[in-house]
Design a binder for this molecule. Structure first.
Ligand code: MN
Ligand code: MN
Length: 253
């Protein structure tokens, strides 16, 4: 629905809810939006707004399940496809980013929001950036976040794999994320609140072991570098002059 805020900054793969594009299939929920890749069994990206309205004390539901918004005829990925693989069922929208109600927390456990992540990343720098993002929100910021995987083949606790679940699920080589930090919430000014000083954090973290204690800040890159690697245009709803300034800068705070 156009009333949801999650694609404010754009739809980087021009994803549509079109059965003829099963590897770039758009799903828009109240809680987040995503582009699903049927061939890879994971999302291309998931995009979401984060402000205080989404946070709360709702308990973690842990109800991993196929996404009911996928077409019925498509084969589904389940939590069992990850079982014994040495990779975590890694959330893109974190469970803790949807603590405002049991239903919203549960929404993050659909398998279209999950990617195979090395335990050392999922519980290390990836988690630390998630926690840092929520600290920004608790300081009054409003965030627009998009995240996904890139490349093929990662290393979990049982060694290197390119696919899980008898080939159904791709293991990406790295996980990337972009966080746009709006100074006030609610960001009622929308894109008009964005200026050349707006903070944009981008990271690409390798999907491997041995990084459990690494700082997420060490994996920062520019949005332009991510655009080049993925062949997509992020923040495409911003004027091109603002994209030019914000996308070439590497966050340094
Ligand atoms: Mn660019
Ligand atoms: Mn761009």
């Amino acid at each position: 629905s156009a009333s949801y805020p999650h694609l404010l900054f754009g739809n980087p793969t021009h994803s549509q809810r079109d059965l003829g594009q099963p590897d770039n299939y758009l799903i828009e929920k109240k809680q987040f939006a995503l582009s699903y890749n049927r061939t890879n069994g994971i999302p291309n990206w998931v995009s979401w707004q984060l402000n205080k309205d989404w946070l709360g004390e709702a308990p973690r539901q842990n109800d991993f399940r196929p996404d009911p918004d996928l077409p019925d005829a498509w084969s589904v990925v389940t939590g069992r496809d990850y079982g014994g693989s040495g990779f975590d069922r890694g959330h893109l929208v974190p469970s803790e980013d949807r603590g405002d109600s049991i239903n919203d927390n549960s929404s993050t456990f659909v398998m279209t929001n999950i990617i195979p992540m090395s335990p050392d990343n999922n519980r290390g720098p990836w988690e630390k950036l998630e926690s840092y993002s929520r600290r920004l929100v608790n300081q009054g910021k409003e965030l627009y976040i998009i995240a996904g995987g890139d490349g093929e083949g990662g290393t979990g606790s049982r060694g290197r794999k390119t696919r899980l679940g008898r080939g159904k699920v791709l293991v990406p080589a790295r996980l990337w994320k972009i966080v746009v930090v709006m100074e006030s919430s609610p960001g009622t000014a929308g894109l008009g609140a964005i200026n050349p000083d707006t903070r944009v954090i981008a990271v690409a973290i390798p999907n491997r072991m041995g990084i459990a204690n690494a700082d997420w800040r060490d994996f920062r890159i520019s949005v332009d570098a991510l655009e080049d690697a993925l062949g997509v245009d992020f923040l495409s709803n911003l004027p091109s002059k603002l994209q030019y300034v914000l996308e070439k800068r590497i966050d340094k705070r």
